[in-house]
Design a binder for this molecule. Structure first.
Ligand code: CP
Length: 318
């Protein structure tokens, strides 16, 4: 594998899942694979889980790791070509990227949607420049339109907890005070569409996602109806995708918060969220603290998804 930005980069999904479970059984069985290989993790945005789980995954494989926080301690980077660089950004991404590629074997990039230009966000302008100019295999640690390491961990978690072969998985929009990218819901939808699960998306009108990611999902505007008989509830906020409201918060309606009364409509569903989560906006305290909440094992599986992806990228170096 030479890049990882989507479920389609993994090849056969069932084989990738089998590989993930093999790693989970013994995460130190491939420590020779990464010997003398260096992972560079580049963060344009903050992180807790991605930073720690990916670094741990690399260490499990015997890799050396370097972390660069672009906005703390590095030169500020200009990302636009053609700009007269007389402002506060002394270095251009077009030099910085190949230089970074000189010091490592694999590059992970976190670069969120900026909501300044829908075209720039949805053409993945930043991570695609790393793919084009670094000369190294590149993987997404959450880019503008996708968070595949999260979705892979989500899928591993569902496979571990599901009680039927074809569970009903419901992704629900929930309120949040700030505008959040569509990366997590886009990816989750993409990955659920790659399974044979029953997959439903529920959100208020105006929060329709890019049809490219929605795929064959059933979209249900009545949240309570969507919850009926669900085996998994996956909560997430996102800002509007459709024009002219791209990147805007249209609603903070707390009647969409996931609470115990709505969870009672489900088939004793497990509650999932990628974290960080705003309690009593996205989900009530009692639901996230309930035995049906699997947000911690879900986060733990981030190490497994990252290790599976890094292993495939390391094997692609040979
Ligand atoms: N879920 C997730 O990616 O968490 P971080 O933003 O903390 O990395």
């Amino acid at each position: 594998m030479r890049k990882f930005t989507s479920v389609h980069d993994l090849g056969d999904l069932q084989s990738a899942l089998a590989e993930a479970f093999e790693i989970k059984r013994d995460r130190f069985q491939f420590t020779e694979l990464g010997r003398n290989k260096t992972l560079l993790m580049i963060f344009f945005n903050s992180s807790l889980r991605t930073r720690l789980s990916t670094q741990k995954a690399a260490m499990n494989l015997g890799m050396n790791t370097m972390v660069l926080d672009v906005n703390q301690g590095a030169w500020k980077l200009e990302t636009e070509r053609g700009v007269v660089m007389d402002g506060d950004k002394p270095e251009h991404l077009l030099e910085a990227i190949p230089v970074m590629g000189c010091y490592c074997d694999i590059i992970g990039v976190r670069s969120f949607a900026r909501f300044e230009s829908k075209e720039d966000d949805y053409t993945e302008k930043i991570i695609n420049q790393f793919i084009q100019y670094s000369g190294r295999p590149v993987f997404s640690m959450e880019a503008a339109t996708g968070h595949p390491l999260q979705s892979f961990a989500d899928l591993i978690t569902i496979e571990e907890y599901k009680k039927t072969a074809r569970p009903k998985v419901v992704m629900t929009w929930a309120p949040h005070p700030r505008a959040l990218p569509q990366a997590v819901p886009n990816s989750f939808a993409e990955w659920m569409n790659a399974t044979d699960y029953e997959f439903v998306i529920t959100h208020p009108e105006g929060y329709e996602l890019d049809p490219k990611f929605v795929g064959n999902a059933r979209v249900e505007y009545d949240q309570r109806k969507a919850f009926e008989g669900a085996d998994f509830i996956y909560a997430k906020n996102w800002a509007a995708y459709t024009d002219p409201n791209y990147g805007k918060v249209l609603s903070t309606d707390r009647s969409w918060t996931v609470d115990a009364e709505k969870m009672a409509l489900t088939n004793n569903a497990y509650f999932m969220h990628c974290l960080p989560v705003r309690r009593n906006m996205i989900v009530t305290d009692d639901v996230i603290e309930s035995p049906q909440s699997i947000v911690i094992p879900e986060a733990a599986n981030r190490e497994i998804s990252a290790q599976t992806v890094l292993k495939k990228l390391l094997m692609g170096l040979k």
